[in-house]
Ligand binder design. Structure first.
Ligand code: PHE
Length: 492
């Protein structure tokens, strides 16, 4: 390629132009396509300019070429009979000697009156016969035949073809030089070291080029399972709650849920509290705060409350939310106070929560909580069990057991146990209950509105699904990124 490029540049330097790339390729014995390739590259750097040329010309077909080289069939038949001398040749002998050529050529010989039949013999009658066809074909080959009539005739006999030949005229471009200076793609350390970067030319950067496809990245198994849970919950008619904040006030995380201020979960050993300026919440809904304080201190709605001294300092402490139920509380409060009053709703969320726990093979101090709730009039425990059954059935857990439990904010409360067909054992898979009137009524929800709710971790089903035994292999700095990337999508 470099040779071809130099040949083109030298020709331009010497003659100012290459009038026809085709003639140039023939003269130099270079493949025409190679010249075109080099020219495109030179044109790109404005070393050259080009003009398109095209000409129609006649070429010989394979058969035409054969006639031009060996004579036309009629002439070869005539020659054979001439060569036999005497009083001509036997028809059969002629056929045997020439075969196909005889079949094609004998007819025209007769018609041209070069030969004639005499009984079984074929005899010479024409004198000074010339093989016009072969001569014309040779002329075509040399580009000398111009008679339209003759050319049309040869074309009809399928001896010639007309083709359009495209070529180009090459002239000097604005950046012409008689030697190609290679443009550098990158500025390298070596160029800087030996100081020659100033003399070099650099390729311009194509800012419109498509970037290389990004092959890195991949969804984490937790996100794969989350996508599937989200799909299932949406399918069941649940709307996703906005959980995109990790810091909550103790008020929303605990107090609004009727969790007493003296509850051990509110200890720094169980909860991460925020320090310094972020440690205290600035805004609480004051009306509602009063109602919450009142239910804690004095009770109401048939509850005796905690009879405690409700402390604002405790309520305003900021923390990393210990459950997404803090969001559920805010959503229910909104639902109670929206324009037009309460409307039935189904909500879910799947997001991070934080607990200050000792870490082991199955516990970290953060996990993802899947939370669901249904708020409607006159719901019963049967509705809760039915909803939970439907959800777990969709993730492949069909055998469920419920065990009475205690949560400060639900009554009744049930732990959910599922029989895992792959692990062949009953395991605790979640917690659930009906939110207490002490939580719902201060929000302003009508008396007949019941809220059924449940929560579970996303990590547990993910570990079972992907057969991960240690949570550190799933989450955190010890997790194998490649294995995570290659984990298949989750389907339940
Ligand atoms: N908040 C509970 C937990 O952290 C889960 C739950 C949600 C329980 C809703 C009952 C009702 O385990």
């Amino acid at each position: 390629m470099a040779d071809v490029e130099q040949a083109v540049l030298s020709a331009l330097a010497a003659d100012g132009e290459i009038a026809d790339s085709w003639a140039f390729s023939v003269a130099k014995g270079i493949d025409h396509q190679a010249i075109i390739g080099v020219q495109k590259s030179l044109l790109g750097d404005a070393y050259t300019c080009e003009e398109n040329l095209s000409c129609t010309l006649w070429t010989l077909t394979d058969e035409g070429l054969e006639f031009a080289n060996n004579g036309s069939p009629e002439f070869r038949v005539y020659q054979s009979v001439c060569a036999a001398g005497g009083d001509g040749m036997d028809m059969t002998a002629l056929q045997e000697a020439l075969g196909e050529v005889c079949k094609i050529g004998l007819g025209p010989c007769m018609k041209n009156k070069w030969l004639a039949k005499n009984g079984e013999k074929v005899q010479v009658v024409g004198k000074d016969v010339i093989d016009d066809t072969a001569v014309m074909l040779q002329d075509v080959r040399e580009g000398k035949l111009s008679s339209e009539k003759d050319l049309a005739n040869l074309k009809r006999r399928k001896l010639v073809n007309q083709i359009v030949r495209k070529s180009i005229k090459i002239t000097k471009g604005p950046n012409f030089r008689d030697k190609r200076v290679k443009k550098m793609a990158d500025l390298t350390k070596e160029m800087l070291d030996n100081g020659n970067w100033g003399e070099l030319e650099f390729k311009s950067v194509n800012l419109k080029a498509m970037g290389a496809p990004v092959t890195g990245g991949g969804y984490h198994p937790l996100l794969k399972v989350r996508a599937e849970f989200r799909r299932i919950l949406m399918e069941m008619g649940f709307e996703e709650m906005p959980t995109n904040k990790w810091v909550e006030s103790s008020f929303w995380n605990f107090d609004s849920l009727f969790q007493p201020q003296s509850h051990p979960a509110r200890d720094a050993h169980d909860t991460f509290f925020m320090k310094g300026e972020c440690g205290v919440t600035r805004q609480l809904p004051e009306d509602y705060y009063e109602k919450v304080r009142n239910i804690h201190e004095n009770g109401g709605y048939e509850s005796i409350g905690y009879g405690c001294n409700f402390k604002r300092d405790e309520a305003t402490k900021n923390l990393l939310r210990t459950h997404t139920t803090a969001i559920s509380a805010q959503m229910l409060y909104k639902l109670a106070n929206q324009k037009g009053g309460f409307t039935p709703k189904k909500y879910f969320s799947i997001d991070r929560v934080f607990r200050n726990e000792a870490m082991d093979a199955t516990h970290l101090c953060e996990f993802h909580q899947v939370e669901g709730l249904v708020a409607d009039r006159n719901l019963t425990l049967g509705n809760l069990i039915g909803t939970i059954k439907t959800f777990f059935e969709k993730i492949g857990i069909t055998q469920l057991r419920f065990k009475p439990a205690y949560n400060p904010y639900t009554e009744p409360s049930m732990e959910i146990f599922g029989y895992h067909p792959e692990l062949k054992k009953w395991t605790e898979i979640g917690n659930s209950g009906m939110f207490r009137p002490e939580m719902l009524r201060p929000m302003g929800l009508p008396e007949d509105v019941r809220v059924i709710a449940w929560g579970l971790s996303l990590e547990r089903p993910t570990m079972i699904k992907y057969r991960i035994e240690n949570i550190r292999d799933l989450f955190g700095h010890k997790a194998d990124i490649l294995a995570q990337k290659n984990a298949p999508i989750a389907r339940f």
